[in-house]
Design a binder for this molecule. Structure first.
Ligand SMILES: *Cc1c(COP(=O)(O)O)cnc(C)c1O
Length: 359
């Protein structure tokens, strides 16, 4: 099996991901819950995740790009498969041929989709504050006066995306909710899609006909600052390649940023920043062995990271240290690296084999 000699392995718990999806379904009684599997399933593998969710009954999926949709179309044969990134001119025929639904975010995209065929299904994306994609106020005003412009399209959903949903008290949440309701009132009646992961936890006002969570499926906390209701779904294990004893005063790694204050034992593992284990983590987190922390010491290098394992005689070459998992969550590592859990997961390099613990 590939991975027998890997420096690190990503274990993906599909049972936990399906359990997280079910929990989100229970928290979103107003309508079904889609699976957002863009970014190759937030770095964990869109195909196996989409299949596990599909087998559990999920019938709506979202990706960012047409190519991501094409890659999983066969895995979710009769599910709605939406592309959030908008319609790239010239790609209409691929959408039609594979039954993929674009999120249309401009009048030009609406017209192009109308021209691509009669009554093709689409999602209409409204910009209520993100200012990235979606119809702006001017385009919305045009549509308000001219519903006929949408008459050639089968409007599956009207959607918008929250700017600050993980900050529950940010006034932008209520502001976007109002703007979205106002926008929908200007358009032909259609089902609505609103909340992402954190939006599901903002209360029933944020419920809609289709929620679109990604992060929470993968165990990232949708409620920062409060207990995480989601199950961890990822473990990143690093192989110990070498163990050595160094005297007090010896330094470890590039630029000698860490010096042993006492005789120390150092484990070198086979995961580095080329694996997506960020260099910013240098000196800022731990690994875990048998539930016990061992501090990361020195610089993270491209392929290697060193840990102070003094006092842990059981750690020998061939042992595995937990870098991400129940003892040190994706959110913990994100905080140490100065980023968010989304970037930690989507950084995990393809050279780390993914091992799926199946539902
Ligand atoms: C990524 C994305 C989501 C999922 O967001 P999470 O915070 O990961 O739940 C939903 N909708 C849109 C438009 C997105 O881009």
């Amino acid at each position: 099996m590939r991975g027998n000699a890997a420096g690190g392995v990503v274990h993906v718990d599909l049972t936990a991901i399906v359990g997280n999806w079910r929990l989100l379904c229970a928290r979103h009684p107003s309508g079904p819950v889609a699976g957002v599997v863009k970014g190759d399933g937030y770095g964990l593998g869109a195909g196996p995740i989409a299949r596990a969710l599909y087998d559990a009954g999920c019938r709506h999926f979202f990706v960012a790009l047409l190519d991501e949709a094409l890659a999983i179309r066969k895995v979710v044969p009769d599910a709605m498969l939406g592309v959030l990134g908008g319609l790239i001119p010239g790609s209409e025929a691929d959408y039609v041929a594979h039954g993929i639904v674009p999120a249309l975010g401009s009048l030009a995209e609406i017209d192009a989709w109308t021209a691509a065929g009669p009554r093709l299904p689409a999602i209409l994306h409204i910009d209520t504050g993100m200012a990235r994609l979606g119809l702006d106020a001017r385009e919305l005003a045009v549509l308000r006066q001219d519903h006929a412009r949408l008459a050639g399209i089968e409007l599956r959903y009207i959607m918008t995306h929250l700017v600050s949903s993980e900050a529950a008290h940010d006034p932008l949440n209520q502001c976007q909710r109002r703007r979205f309701a106002e926008a929908c009132a200007m358009l032909p009646p259609a089902p609505r899609s609103f909340a992402n992961s954190s939006g599901i936890f903002l209360g029933e006002d944020f419920g809609s006909d289709l929620a679109r969570p990604g992060a929470a499926l993968y165990g990232i906390s949708p409620t920062p600052g409060q207990p995480n209701p989601m199950r961890p779904a990822v473990r990143l294990m690093a192989r110990v390649l070498s163990v050595r004893d160094i005297p007090a005063g010896a330094s470890v790694g590039y630029n000698a940023t860490w010096t042993a204050a006492r005789p120390s034992r150092i484990a070198t593992t086979g995961v580095g920043y080329a694996d997506g284990w960020h260099r910013a983590l240098s000196g800022r987190c731990n690994a875990f062995f048998d539930g016990a922390p061992v501090p990361l010491v020195g610089r993270v290098s491209m392929d290697l990271t060193t840990f102070d394992i003094t006092g842990h005689p059981a750690i020998a070459p061939g042992a595995w240290l937990e870098l991400l998992g129940p003892h040190q969550t994706v959110d913990d590592v994100a905080a140490a690296a100065g980023t968010n859990g989304y970037e930690i997961l989507t950084s995990l390099a393809l050279r780390l084999p993914r091992v799926y613990e199946a539902a």
